[in-house]
Design a protein around this ligand. Structure first.
Ligand code: CA
Length: 232
């Protein structure tokens, strides 16, 4: 039995059954909640490792559940939404959700997201304030020296590229929205900054994600933002 425990927050019984059946196959422990209030209570009393959260709940909005959990915990939250609008995903991510799935989703997709969250969690748990070296696949960041290497080869970054990379590294596995990144780098989220964000990100990716890598470390979420993939 997997010791990883997942709280499933979903009022639609058929979706809930699909998720629990899948989790059983992969031997995950799980809890379920059908309302926002139940989700908030269970997240506090059981402290699960991960929350799968439907945004459309009968009593409260899923956003309130995210806000409530984020007031005391960093536990990974994956939003499950029937809303295909990017603005809903962006709001959920800005409130502190880590990732999102859009209904309908395949069980493979669900499991892939859970594995990403599990890897992210192991980074969060190993995190301590004295962390100096970040390693992810062949990427190595020395925070103290502000130096970056890929596969042992030194990579020269501009100040902005380095700050972007550091931000994604400390949030590995989490989707960062354009406005979150712009706010962190430039202090304000103007539309023009999103254009320059794209430019800096493009040059950063050229330096980090060269042709040698099978899948890029920095992933694009079209219309939403970027995330750094946790490489095994
Ligand atoms: Ca629902």
């Amino acid at each position: 039995m997997n010791s990883f425990q997942i709280l499933i927050v979903e009022d639609d019984q058929s979706v809930r059954n699909l998720i629990t059946t899948t989790l059983k196959v992969y031997q995950y422990k799980y809890l379920t909640a059908a309302t926002g209030q139940e989700a908030i209570k269970k997240s506090v009393s059981f402290q699960p490792d991960l929350v799968l959260l439907d945004l459309g709940l009968p009593d409260t909005d899923g956003m309130d559940v995210i806000r409530s959990i984020r007031s005391w915990s960093k536990m990974p939250i994956i939003v499950i939404s029937a809303r295909s609008e990017d603005s809903d995903k962006i709001s959920a991510l800005d409130e502190g959700a880590d990732d999102y799935l859009t209904k309908p989703f395949s069980t493979e997709e669900l499991m892939a997201r859970i594995r990403v969250a599990q890897r992210r969690l192991s980074y969060i748990r190993s995190e301590d304030n004295s962390i100096r070296i970040f390693e992810n696949g062949d990427l190595r960041i020395d925070f103290e020296a502000a130096s970056v290497s890929c596969g042992g080869r030194q990579v020269h970054l501009t100040v902005t590229e380095y700050r972007l990379l550091k931000l994604m590294a400390v949030n590995v596995g989490k989707v960062l929205t354009y406005s979150m990144l712009v706010r962190e780098i430039w202090g304000d989220a103007l539309q023009t900054d999103i254009v320059s964000l794209r430019v800096h990100m493009a040059t950063l990716r050229k330096k980090i994600d060269d042709q040698n890598r099978e899948r890029p470390l920095i992933e694009t979420h079209v219309g939403i933002g970027y995330s750094m993939r946790a490489d095994k």
